[in-house]
Ligand binder design. Structure first.
Ligand code: FES
Length: 520
């Protein structure tokens, strides 16, 4: 088996049963904010053109690059589809021209030709990624590869089914707008960045322990930011730390934790698994060029930025310049969606203000379920500020998932009075009747659940899975001073009440402390 890095979360896995292309991403994403890092625009695309299988882990635009797929992957390729509750990914790929789909069932092995076996673990929920994320496990007689990309499952138990994992490809860096877009001072931001970096490293190290692979390949980010207005988001050696540390940084942290299996792969690097060259890692560039993106990052990015100047300018020119009656258009579009969003609106439980630089304010009134103009001096607990042109673009195109474009672009500012609210972002991912119906049915099913299974975590009996994204608390939970912390994303729960300390309206079911028999 041979694993070739094609940049970011993209890999080509050559096996005895054919070639699988995973998450190829080449075009800037999110209003031209994210670019692949290190750059992959010069690599040989032959392997990709002739792929037998295509695997897109989820619909985020740095994984689902439809413009690239349209022209660069043979439409005879069979798409390995995750088992999501919605078919947006399949729909997008059909639009591009793919017609052969192999629908996986969560974690189940699929035997393909040439002794190739795959299994896809699917995380299907409205709040997970763009309504679903997934992991791919690939095995042939020479080895096993686990492509975790940026998925955050509660465990990796399914990865044992083909024997031990040889290569584990996983995310370790950030891929979100938090905390940079929040209206906070530099000191607060620095402290939140430090906490987030520590959490994401700890999470990745936990996954590395679970998979226990011979080769650990940091991947799926970070992107880089070439537009001048976002350049400060890059993690530069001579600047303040950001949530986007680089692969060598993670490999060093891995080594500090006693694991020397970290492998640096950049676009064009090839890792051999099995056979005469087992474990051989070959790069397509010189040793100096391999390390330059990291050791001379500012210079590397400035040169990349100069090369992309026309692309950056074209992106800006593509944004609408004419203003329209956004209030009326948004009300016509979103009011029917708000009407069916009973659970989502109850979860947000506050109004949302959208503002643009030219003085436009629009309120999404969650209590009344309408989009309207603000009242005099109205205060909204959630506020977003963005460019008028980006709001016009999102509305004109009826973008159904604003997380997967406007928010990941980081071209906005945000304020919230209280804690993070998961329902709010589910709302912004569900801007169509189909999407909202799915989210609502998911929440309704959750509420109807009566069978709770319990586990003991540090002397407390609590429900088995974290209410955030289902982490197994027996593995990720720790208790300190009556607060349970779930290590997967760091959410905390006050145990006496069960109340989540990070977001409104979320509760952990808690039976209470373990009762030990009194000593005689
Ligand atoms: S699953 Fe995200 S904090 Fe627990």
């Amino acid at each position: 088996m041979r694993v070739t890095c094609i940049g970011h979360a993209g890999f080509v896995i050559e096996t005895t049963g054919g070639t699988i292309v995973c998450d190829p991403w080449f075009n800037p994403a999110y209003f031209g904010s994210w670019y692949p890092f290190p750059r992959n625009d010069g690599i040989d695309l032959t392997l990709i053109h002739n792929a037998d299988y295509l695997y897109i882990s989820h619909a985020h635009l740095d994984h689902l690059d439809v413009d690239f797929l349209r022209g660069n992957v043979a439409k005879t390729a069979t798409v390995l589809l995750p088992d999501f509750g919605v078919d947006f990914l399949e729909y997008a790929l059909r639009q591009v021209g793919f017609t052969n789909f192999l629908r996986s069932r969560n974690e189940e092995a699929i035997e393909l030709d040439g002794e190739l076996t795959v299994a896809v673990k699917s995380l299907a929920a409205p709040h997970v990624g763009p309504m679903g994320d997934s992991l791919l496990l690939v095995a042939d007689p020479s080895g096993v590869v686990l492509d975790q990309n940026d998925a955050h499952p509660s465990d990796l138990d399914f990865a044992d089914q083909f024997g031990s994992v040889d290569a584990h490809l996983l995310q370790y860096s950030g891929a979100i707008w938090y905390p940079m877009v929040y209206e906070i001072d530099d000191e607060q931001e620095a402290s939140l960045v430090a906490a987030k970096r520590a959490r994401q490293t700890e999470r990745a190290l936990g996954y590395v322990d679970m998979a226990n692979a011979r080769h650990v390949v940091p991947s799926a980010g970070p992107p880089c930011f070439l537009d001048e207005e976002l350049f400060h988001l890059n993690d530069l050696p001579d600047g303040p730390p950001s949530i986007f540390p680089d692969a060598p940084h993670f490999i060093a942290e891995l080594a500090d934790a006693g694991n020397d299996q970290g492998r640096l792969m950049v676009p064009g690097s090839v890792l051999e698994i099995g056979g005469d060259h087992d474990g051989q890692l070959v790069h397509s560039v010189s040793d100096q060029a391999l390390h330059e993106p990291f050791t001379n990052k500012r210079g590397y990015l400035e040169s990349y930025q100069a090369d992309m100047a026309d692309v950056i300018a074209a992106e800006h020119r593509s944004w609408p310049t004419e203003t329209t009656d956004l209030l009326t258009t948004m009300a016509r579009w979103l009011d029917p969606i708000l009407e069916i969003a009973k659970h989502t609106r109850a979860g947000v439980a506050a109004s949302v203000m959208l503002s643009t630089e030219d003085g436009l304010d629009i309120v999404i009134d969650m209590a009344e379920g309408v989009v309207r103009a603000p009242h005099d001096n109205e205060h909204c607990s959630f506020r977003f500020g963005t460019r008028r042109s980006l709001l016009e673009s999102s509305v004109q195109r009826r973008v159904e998932d604003w997380c997967n474009e406007l928010f990941l672009s980081c071209r906005f500012s945000a304020h919230r009075d209280g804690a993070y609210n998961e329902y709010l972002y589910t709302f912004f991912k569900s801007l169509s009747m189909t999407r909202m119906a799915y989210a609502e049915s998911f929440y309704a099913a959750q509420l109807a659940e009566t069978d709770v299974s319990w586990v003991e975590v540090d002397g407390w009996i609590v429900e088995r899975n974290c209410p955030h994204q289902g982490a197994a608390l027996i593995r990720f939970g720790t208790v300190c001073e009556n607060v349970l912390t779930c290590g997967l994303h760091g959410w905390e729960y006050d145990l006496p009440s069960g109340r989540c300390l990070n977001t409104e309206g979320v509760y952990l079911k808690v039976r209470g402390p373990v009762e030990h028999p009194a000593d005689d």
